[in-house]
Design a protein around this ligand. Structure first.
Ligand code: ADP
Ligand code: ZN
Length: 610
């Protein structure tokens, strides 16, 4: 039961207690009254025990003294008795008369409480009708929690190491701070922002911080809460969630685990899940229905953007996608700094060292490390958290459930560094490849590292030399592994499939192979898919197919030979790049250039300014 229901229950209890009290009051005090037979009354009267009476046509009440001399209240129903007054006079009893109650008053006295209860009941029903039938049943309510702004003021200061995501969210904050201003300017603000990234990287925290920075209420719920047993409940909850938010604009509505409801419809055997589909539809209706004028921004989080229904990602819905990256070395140090403020750290604790020991850890893992370290310190009767506790805490977190795979070992880190350095160096050495923007060994999705190349300008045509160079860059990673470790890993799988796909298209679509000539060779499945040429599944002979395969292999092989040659020639640069990558995890374009230059001239690089 939530707070609201509890409060209501207390209110009703009070009402009933009040009614009970009133009824008691009407029945008259004192409560303890003896009911005497009329004969008994007459006997006590004759004995002189009665002190005083109030006489009414239908009742006589009063006080008498019993044999022990204790004064008691009594009540009795009178019989027709013409001698009563006479008897009272003889016994010297103080007596008075009382007017009979009218039938209206007695009805009120007797049935008043029934009326009150009926009234209360009617009031309850009427109110529920007003609120709308769907809300009469409380399980239709959304469990959205309104996080109190005063109580919990998360801001960007609490979210470390996600500068790029913060930057992208700044615009949303500006809008939430002053929706009218944006309206006047006619700017279109995204209604829905999709945060995606691995679990625990701080998506929820970021969404809270957006609300905190803008100083607006934060309503949060989780997609998994929408998926309930009863069909229609999820949809009602979505409706309710938005209704709540609309009452306090501007506001942030946050839906965690969007993929729980937003999975691609019809995916899976046997059509869709009825309940989920209804919920998703309601979500879409709400998204389409609310106007950004209202000042409500919906932020959703998922770690599976790939399974989301495309309908959710259409313009006017979740059209802003923000990647929340796993933290790099510096980011990890910053996150540790944020969390270590909550505990007492010993002098001389090097958070940088801890950050270096935890490649692959995300924000929640690091928060866990600090927390575990504090627990360990307490168990060891220490007053401060020392380096020893932090180091042991890492092992504990690694050993914890599902975290095992996350920590990247030193050896793996070195292999990944050489692999990425290989891509980078080949890209830097070849004239026709896109400039390297950045290289990192921080995992992103399934990739353990990546080399980011960005073209200098928009391009609509790609030349053969550019494609050939691209193949060499793709194979550079695998070649570096071969040269340095004499062995190869599974890490190049994605590179190889990309390279193969490029080579295939070069041969079969772009007519870029000397041997096969400027001819396009359509693939089998395209024809079948179009449902036309079903008899002849492809337009070339099996012999041609073999030649295509061998030509693809040729292109890839010669790209590999080029990459290998390049890397062997500049081994010094490769080593230096890889070493620096292990150390810093991310290198930008300038740093890469500087490292290559210094390796070529045989000098050590200038110390970098932090
Ligand atoms: P997600 O929603 O991406 O699964 P959360 O935002 O729930 O991750 O993160 C869980 C916890 O991990 C947070 O409450 C916070 O303590 C910690 N955390 C995660 N990322 C960060 C970060 N970038 N900076 C500081 N703490 C973080
Ligand atoms: Zn690679």
């Amino acid at each position: 039961m939530d707070m609201k229901a509890a409060r209501q229950l207390v209110l009703w209890l009070l009402v009933f207690a009040f009614v009970f009290f009133i009824v008691q009051a009407f029945q008259g005090f004192p409560v303890k009254t003896e009911v005497l037979p009329y004969s008994e009354f007459k006997r006590i009267l004759a004995d002189g025990g009665v002190e005083r009476v109030v006489v009414r046509n239908d009742m006589i009440r009063g006080q008498y003294k019993d044999s022990q001399g204790v004064v008691k209240n009594f009540r009795t129903v009178p019989l027709p008795d013409s001698k009563l007054v006479e008897n009272l006079e003889t016994a010297h009893v103080k007596y008075e008369g009382e007017a009979e109650r009218s039938w209206v008053t007695s009805l009120l006295f007797n049935f008043g409480w029934i009326v009150l209860i009926f009234g209360a009941w009617w009031f309850l029903i009427a109110r529920q009708m007003q609120m709308g039938g769907r809300q009469a049943l409380s399980f239709g309510r959304s469990r959205a929690k309104l996080a109190n702004q005063k109580k919990q003021k998360v801001t960007f200061v609490d979210v470390a190491g996600t500068d790029e995501a913060k930057e992208e969210l700044n615009e949303i904050i500006e809008f939430l701070k002053n929706p009218q201003k944006f309206q006047k300017l006619g700017g279109r603000i995204p209604k829905g922002v999709l945060l995606y990234g691995v679990p625990g990287c701080g998506k929820t925290l970021l969404a809270k911080a957006v609300a905190g920075e803008a100083g607006v209420p934060f309503y949060s719920t989780s997609g998994s809460e929408f998926v309930e047993m009863f069909v229609g409940v999820g949809a009602a909850r979505v409706r309710d969630l938005f209704e709540q938010a609309r009452k306090t604009p501007p506001a942030v509505v946050f839906v965690d685990e969007l993929d729980a409801v937003g999975r691609y419809r019809f995916a899976g055997i046997g059509g869709g899940h009825d309940e989920r589909e209804q919920t998703l539809n309601q979500l879409l209706v709400e998204l389409d229905g609310f106007d950004t004028k209202e000042g409500i921004v919906l932020i959703a989080a998922t770690n599976r953007p790939d399974v989301l229904d495309p309908a959710l990602l259409r313009p006017g819905r979740f059209d802003r996608h923000v990647h929340v990256a796993a933290p790099d070395l510096r980011g990890r140090e910053e996150i540790l700094t944020v969390h270590s403020k909550k505990v007492k750290m010993a002098q001389g604790v090097e958070l940088k060292t801890i950050a270096q020991r935890t490649p692959g850890f995300v924000g929640s893992d690091l928060a866990n490390v600090v927390n575990e370290a504090a627990l360990l310190a307490a168990r060891r009767d220490k007053t401060e958290v020392g380096m020893g506790e932090l180091e042991d805490a890492i092992d504990r977190v690694v050993a914890g459930p599902q975290r095992k795979s996350r920590l990247i070992s030193e050896k793996e880190k070195k292999i990944i560094a050489y692999h990425e350095a290989g891509h980078t160096l080949v890209a830097k050495s070849l004239p026709n490849s896109d400039p390297v923007h950045k290289v990192t060994i921080v995992p992103r999705g399934p990739a353990l590292g990546y080399t980011l190349q960005l073209p200098t300008e928009d391009r609509y045509l790609t030349t053969r030399s550019e494609l050939v160079d691209r193949l060499a860059v793709l194979l550079g990673g695998r070649c570096a592994e071969e040269i340095i470790f004499g062995d190869i890993t599974t890490g190049a799988q994605d590179d190889l499939s990309k390279a193969t796909a490029y080579a295939q298209r070069m041969v079969t679509e772009f007519g870029m192979s000397e041997k096969l000539g400027p001819v396009t060779y359509k693939k089998k499945d395209e024809e079948v898919f179009l449902g036309r040429d079903l008899v002849r599944s492809h337009q070339y002979s099996d012999m041609t197919a073999e030649r295509i395969d061998s030509e693809v292999l040729n292109l890839v092989e010669s790209a590999r030979a080029r990459a290998r040659q390049l890397l062997e020639k500049s081994r010094a640069s490769l080593d230096l790049l890889a070493t620096k990558l292990v150390e810093k995890e991310v290198l930008d374009s300038d740093e890469i250039d500087q490292l290559i230059r210094s390796a070529v001239s045989g000098m050590m690089p200038q110390p970098q300014q932090a």
